[in-house]
Design a protein around this ligand. Structure first.
Ligand code: ZN
Ligand code: FE
Ligand code: FE
Ligand code: ZN
Length: 287
């Protein structure tokens, strides 16, 4: 069905990456995120706040383990008539030593979606603005190689449903050449495809120095060749970021040849068709 020119067709995309203030670096009551989605016509959102870890991993950027029940409470019963469907998920980190805990803990929480992320190379939070300086003292290719080695382990762990912000190390503009990227990303994408995971089009990158969606068109093309499914996430850390840049993300997905996106329920995946690119796209909102 072709949407009318007045419909905000791009926003009938689900937003599967939303944070809450429990992570200590987001703002807005979960209800406000839901209202924002409702006013944009976003059909479905999934809260995916940063996962707590009992070993104290990256404690400053996530809820405490004993706040998890509060997280569940804050994000439940938010579905209202004519509002978005609200899903319950988590953005869990892959790091060396995470497996035993996550393998035991994740399946017991009733999540709809588990995003898998790599935010650290060793003890270096490479996407943390406070640790950005370290990019000056590392070898660019070595850093990316170490990042992809961790992503490969993430893919082989079968702990997660969707890989979040696949080329996150580009956040501050530290890019590989296309040739280097193809060489490093391809084997990891093979593993992601074999694992049955999806990847997200994360529009958070449009709000960062790199000013580009994660992943790049180059990587998304490689993912499509391998039939890796996609979903969309704004990585909203404030209510006005819900659905951010989804018109751009839809164009990127369509250009790569995608025609459908993931629909997650209780970590079971199905698919829904992508909207058409509107003839009269809504003006792009930047914050
Ligand atoms: Zn965050
Ligand atoms: Fe993240
Ligand atoms: Fe996030
Ligand atoms: Zn994130």
């Amino acid at each position: 069905m072709r949407p009318g020119a007045d419909s905000i067709s791009n926003l009938s995309i689900s937003d599967y990456h939303i944070h809450t203030p429990l992570c200590k670096h987001a703002e807005g009551d979960p209800k406000e995120f839901v209202s924002a989605a409702k006013s944009l016509g976003v059909s479905e959102i999934c809260f995916t706040d940063h996962c707590p870890f009992p070993d104290g991993y990256d404690r400053p950027h996530r809820m405490e383990p004993d706040q998890f029940s509060l997280y569940r409470e804050m994000t439940s019963d938010l579905c209202e008539v004519s509002g978005p469907h609200v899903l319950f998920g988590i953005e869990a980190d892959y790091y060396e030593g995470c497996e035993a805990h996550l393998r035991e803990w994740l399946p017991r929480q009733g999540f709809d979606l588990v995003l898998g992320s790599v935010h650290f190379i060793g003890n270096w939070g490479f996407d943390d603005p406070d640790q950005k300086g370290r990019w000056r003292s590392v070898d660019l290719k070595t850093a990316w190689r170490e990042y992809f080695a961790l992503l490969a382990r993430l893919a082989m762990s079968s702990l997660f449903d969707v890989v979040a912000h696949l080329d996150l190390p580009k956040k501050f503009g530290h890019r590989l050449t296309d040739k280097e990227m193809i060489e490093m990303a391809s084997p990891v994408l093979d593993l992601i495809a074999a694992s049955g995971m999806g990847i997200e089009l994360n529009t958070g990158g449009l709000r960062k120095p790199v000013n580009e969606i994660y992943p790049s068109a180059l990587i998304l093309g490689l993912a499509k060749e391998r039939d890796i499914p996609i979903c969309f996430g704004s990585d909203a850390h404030a209510p006005n970021e819900v659905g951010f840049g989804f018109a751009d993300a839809l164009v990127l997905a369509r250009s790569a040849g995608y025609t459908e996106s993931l629909l997650m329920r209780q970590r079971k995946r199905s698919f829904k068709p992508l909207p058409f690119i509107s003839d009269n796209p809504p003006s792009h909102h930047r914050h």
